[in-house]
Design a protein around this ligand. Structure first.
Ligand code: BTN
Length: 244
């Protein structure tokens, strides 16, 4: 056990999922915990998907007590913090954000963020970053990339440390200044802002113009039927192929 600022940090060799492993450290209230693992045998992704956890990549979770109604905002500041961490490693790299919380490197997915409710008032934010390798997913809805693929040299420990630095700054900004400042920062890096996107929700797709994000972190989509608030779903920038 070590400390990252005032967060208790556990670095483990192998777990099923860091989002599950961290729960046993959250039995008493009032703790702030970070847990990383070198190997993850049953990594989980959004919407019941698996997260392909290749050795050499970063897998970690944070657990802390927070108002669950603010979960959407935490997911935004997590992706923004990761973008800032990666930009500090490679200021010139093509790094963008994709709603709700993906970080894209060279237009492909380099990380995944899974936010879940823990016991009591605990919120768990689990993050995977492709550092050394990217999974070759046959029937995936997205392309994947690793830092190594993009010639960005780093290690899981370095990315975790840079992420925590930015995340703690952003969390403090959220609490003192509110979401608007962070949302504006997030939007600076949003892919296809003001342009057409395709939103898929519950198997249905809809095209529209990505107009922004509201104060509750919902995506604002201008459609022929007027502006819609999208609270959950996947977005695409090109026509979706049959197997997606
Ligand atoms: C996504 O589908 O994009 C989210 C993927 C989240 C993966 C990370 S890896 C660390 C943490 N533990 C898990 O089981 N999932 C998250």
């Amino acid at each position: 056990m070590a400390l990252i600022n005032d967060w208790i940090y556990y670095s483990l060799a192998e777990v099923d999922s860091t989002n599950d492993a961290i729960k046993k450290y959250c039995e008493n209230s009032g703790k702030k915990i970070v847990l990383s693992a070198q190997k993850q045998t049953a990594g989980r992704g959004r919407r019941g998907r698996n997260w392909c956890s290749l050795n050499g990549n970063l897998f970690f979770s944070m657990a802390f007590e927070y108002d669950i109604r603010e979960a959407g905002k935490l997911s935004f500041i997590s992706s923004l913090s990761l973008l800032q961490a990666l930009k500090s490693l490679s200021p010139v790299a093509d790094i963008l954000l994709k709603w709700p919380n993906d970080v894209l490197l060279n237009q492909a997915k380099v990380s995944g963020i899974l936010l879940e409710k823990g016991n009591g008032a605990y919120i768990i934010i689990g993050i995977g970053v492709n550092i050394a390798r990217s999974p070759q997913l046959q029937d995936s809805v997205y392309k994947t990339v690793s830092l190594a693929d993009a010639a960005v040299k780093s290690t899981p420990a370095e990315v975790l440390s840079l992420f925590m630095k930015h995340f703690l700054q952003n969390l403090s900004l959220l609490q003192t200044k509110g979401f608007a400042v962070l949302r504006d920062e997030w939007l600076k890096y949003a892919k296809n802002l003001g342009q057409e996107i395709i939103v898929r929700q519950n198997g249905k797709t809809e095209k529209g113009i990505f107009e922004g994000i509201d104060e509750d972190a919902a995506l604002l989509l201008k459609t022929s039927a007027g502006q819609k608030r999208i609270l959950a779903g996947d977005i695409f920038f090109d026509e979706i192929k049959e197997n997606e």
